[in-house]
Design a protein around this ligand. Sequence first.
Ligand code: ADA
Length: 565
Amino acid sequence: MLMPNTFPQYPARSVLRLDGLWDFSFMEKCRDPLKPDFAKVVYTDKLAVPGVFDAMPQYAGQRGTAFYRTFVTAPANARMLLKCGGLGMWGAFFWDGQFIGLQDLPYSGMEFEFNSGDGNRHELVAVIDNRFDFKRQPLLSQNYDYYCFGGIFRSIELHQLPQLAIDRAQVRTISLEGEIQVAIKLTGELPKQTEVTYQIDDGETVKKTCDVTEETVTFKATVSNPSIWSTTSPALHTIAITIGNDTVVERFGLRIVEAKNGQILLNGEPMKLRGYCRHESHPEFGPALPLQIILEDLQLLKKTGCNFVRGSHYPQDQRFLNLCDENGILVWEETVGWGDRENHLLNPAFREAQLRQLPWMVKNSFNHPCVILWGFLNEGDSSLKGEGRELYENMISTLRKLDNTRLITYASNAYTRDINFDLVDVVSLNAYPGWYAANQETLRPIGEIRPKFNQFIKFLHENGFDNKPFIISEVGAGAIYGWRDRLRAHWSEEYQADFLEEVLTYFDETPRIAGIALWQFIDCRTYSSSRALMRPRAFNNKGLFDEYRRPKLAFDVVSKHFNKP
Ligand code: ADA
């Protein structure tokens, strides 16, 4: 069977992939989408899953509640699991009219267990709401600089689970000689001990009896023909594990990431991260990208000479991470957050939702060797003392408990007012000197770039942070595709090219900077309100490519720098 994501795979289960055309109905004013009056819903249309309804001509730009319906066959009284790879902005699932799960974390892959009940033909309804309403959806706000679409962004699968089921197996590299630790999370009727059978790659099948502790089986194993995963040689291994009647196949890479002496080390070697921030975005598909576009992005990233992507600003499509694993692109993955100030950071519902995103992100992406950095709260107010700092502490300690094999960071724009750099492994700064210029009268203020970053490096030194790697997590200039100008002014492709030449020359000359994620890979749809006065065409135009992936002048500049040996 063709699987939507390459891994994990569950070859012993019945898995239904529910992608396709679903019955559709749109309601502008549904009072409570968690308790809809299904009798009033008339399915007048059909829409694609995955897909976003508000990029479709019929519903373009509309905000309200969407009802997606399909029918599936499943045996009576069976253990079922619904897995949805990500949606926006908020969703609830109903099985034969009964509520089975709330997917209120946008972009997070989530899953829900339920019983199939009577009969074997069942109705599955997804109620999706794309209205801005802080009470329902505290994680997205109208001022976020990317368009918040409504729809089912990624694949949906329905699994029939055995009474004892394997949830996921997390594989940690212990040594580059091939020692790994495997932690298998089980669900259902748990024994105290169980027999485990596993096979690494096409090696020998090993059988052992293991204790089940806290729903988990843990053991050490050895890859007999170990190949190390790196950016230049992204070797991958698989492990197939069987417990009872269930089997999971996970793919992993042998690699170790560390932060030492101001540098990021991959397998003990210092790495300079060279890359882009990337939104999952397309004018026609929103974030529900067809595989071909994702692949196209990968090819363009490679062509540009990138070895790094910051997945801004949400948990990533697993298909993208699979391709980054295969192509040796390092990834920073982060949870949803954008410029949140005190009113959000101190709000209990916001804090709760922020923390709840972390286990889903770690669970879904744990086995991707490409993911080396966890991030959160892009440009949150990291200068806030008391409960503000406490949220940063909680996010970081939660991440460390979930995964101690990766580095932790967040993109700060608080500059020298930031009070949380002591907590992270890597200091990351978003700054736009030379674009949002300090002096608006300066023509072509490219001269602002070096002093701004030099001053920050001095601040890190004076505050005892020399040991922490420093990444420029955003810097960029806007250019309207096709706008050429002999004055090389703001918004021209020439200005962006000159700007990036200066940024990257400075980056090449400055060993203190361990990495750079230029803002941004492609132009992406954003504000449609008068906020768009700063965003011509209602797009964030700082892409190296426009929204149709057409290269701007700066492509030659960036690829010249990034492709240097
Ligand atoms: C911020 C933000 C980005 C984008 C950028 C810009 O740094 O993190 O999402 O909005 O500014 O283009 O100004």
